[in-house]
Design a binder for this molecule. Structure first.
Ligand code: ZN
Length: 187
């Protein structure tokens, strides 16, 4: 049997719960999530917990923020003047904007609040600071293809779309929960 180790593509079903028991995300009713093991595609503590498992295994793991989505970092809230954006750009609290650095890396941020002529933009991961629990079922383990290794992520039947869109979609899915979390954590 093929076990989970570096450079395997692993398909998992999972349910992600917050410390108060709220279900934040789940593959229930959807295809399992494929990921490339050892490539940092999933939270580090989850990747470690999966190591050595076989298809068919189920387990539950609770992760502290540092092993999950990171600690909440106040420094990752930026103040940006309103006039850095064109006048016609509509900006509202809760909107997503993208920070682009000198190397062209894009980081999604959420407008946490608007005060006078300043926007306060939060670049923390929506689940930063959360202790989370994953219920995991390992569905399949296989060798990665050379292309997957080169790209650093798993491909499946949706691969073509995923290469373009997967990050954007993930982020949009989280938008609604995010608004609530920010209210709790930031103010
Ligand atoms: Zn790819």
């Amino acid at each position: 049997m093929t076990k989970v180790e570096k450079d395997k593509v692993v398909e998992i079903h999972y349910t992600l719960r917050l410390s108060d028991g709220t279900v934040e995300d789940s593959t229930e009713g959807e295809p399992p999530l494929p990921y490339l093991h050892g490539a940092g595609n999933i939270p580090p503590g989850l990747e470690r917990a999966l190591e050595g498992h076989n298809a068919g295994d189920t387990f539950t793991v609770t992760l502290q923020p540092t092993d999950a989505y990171g600690e909440y970092d106040d420094e990752m809230v930026d103040a940006i003047p309103r006039d850095a954006f064109p006048d016609e750009t509509e900006l509202a609290e809760g909107d997503e904007i993208w920070l682009i650095d000198e190397e062209g890396n894009e980081t999604p941020g959420i407008i946490e609040r608007i005060e006078e002529e300043m926007l306060f933009v939060d670049y923390n991961h929506p689940l930063a600071g959360e202790t989370v629990t994953f219920d995991v079922q390992v569905v399949e383990v296989r060798d990665a293809t050379p292309e997957e290794l080169e790209h650093g992520h798993a491909h499946d039947q949706y691969a073509d779309e995923w290469d373009e869109d997967e990050d954007d979609e993930d982020w949009e899915d989280d938008d609604e929960e995010l608004d609530e979390e920010e209210d709790d954590e930031v103010k």
